[in-house]
Design a protein around this ligand. Structure first.
Ligand SMILES: Nc1ncnc2c1ncn2[C@@H]1O[C@H](COP(=O)(O)OP(=O)(O)OP(=O)(O)O)[C@@H](O)[C@H]1O
Length: 267
């Protein structure tokens, strides 16, 4: 990490309002501050509706905000950009395209030649363990395999910043653990900065350098927990007493927020 560089993602005092069908203006996010340093892996966790996806969409440049500023790699966000790629919960693959063409899709949008984009996509399919499935269609793959294609597609465009919106939540629990390790393997070989949304506390702790906890109504950052577990993280990490302790700390904080929410208290 270059300590002198501007953060990969800088969200400063950002507020967001939504207007409902009856014209009511609701504050969805309240003065959110968040930084992801270059090469850092940061997760956001928080109760349903606290604005996690809204945050990610704003950083991705597909949703405007009302107050504050957001910059990525030192430049103000004014729309989507080539330095950012997103991996979605729903995989968002095109069912009529082969795995290879799905992985190469972002490169096609950038106007790269077929030979160049296929060569790059093949490389990435190899990285995510799907080299033998290049000619298959998404419908022929398991959920875990489809999400590996989603990851290959995102990485193909060589982003600086990877935005991940609950990417493993539709995947069975065992495969999910394997994908977490695979993601860290890929990340450790790059200088990617990752902003990762999850509902799973153990996932947030296992993956991250820092876990950002958000409360709801309106969405705001309540805590940032440093995850001082050594890397590389392995299956041993999950049995480390420090891992258990940090996961419990995240849960204590979240449980407090949820209890406050049920009682109608501000968190
Ligand atoms: N397009 C929209 N119009 C109106 N309200 C919206 C819109 N999108 C989101 N909201 C509201 O903003 C708040 C934050 O939503 P968001 O989807 O970002 O939360 P979240 O933390 O990602 O939730 P979940 O964990 O359930 O996915 C919610 O109260 C939601 O109802």
């Amino acid at each position: 990490m270059n300590a002198n560089a501007t953060p990969a993602i800088a969200v400063q005092d950002v507020s967001k309002f939504f207007v409902s069908a009856d014209g009511r203006r609701t504050r969805a996010l309240d003065k959110v501050n968040l930084a992801v340093e270059r090469g850092e892996f940061v997760s956001i966790i928080g109760p349903s509706g606290c604005g996690k996806t809204t945050m990610l969409k704003m950083v991705g440049g597909i949703l405007d905000w009302d107050e504050g500023s957001i910059s990525v790699m030192g430049a103000p966000v004014s729309g989507p950009g080539p330095e950012r790629a997103t991996v979605f919960q729903s995989f968002a693959l095109l069912p009529w395209m082969t795995v290879l063409d799905n992985a190469a899709f972002g490169l096609k949008m950038r106007g790269e030649t077929k030979a160049a984009r296929h060569a790059k996509a093949r490389n990435l399919l190899e990285t995510v363990g799907l080299a033998d499935f290049a000619n298959a269609y998404p419908g022929e793959l398991s959920g875990g395999m489809q999400q590996r294609v989603g990851l290959a597609r995102a990485l193909a465009v060589s982003p600086n910043v990877l935005l991940m919106d609950e990417p493993f939540s539709a995947i069975d629990a065992q495969t999910r653990l394997i994908l977490q390790t695979e993601l860290l393997d890929v990340w450790s070989q790059t200088d990617l900065s990752v902003l990762f949304i999850t509902h799973a506390m153990d996932e947030a702790v296992f993956l991250s350098d820092r876990v950002v906890i958000m409360g709801a109504r309106p969405g705001h950052v309540t805590d940032v927990i440093d995850i001082d577990l050594p890397r590389p993280r392995t299956e041993e990490t999950r049995r480390d007493p420090r891992f258990v302790e940090l996961t419990a700390r995240v849960w204590d904080r979240l449980r407090g927020l949820m209890t406050d929410e049920r009682a109608g208290a501000p968190s």
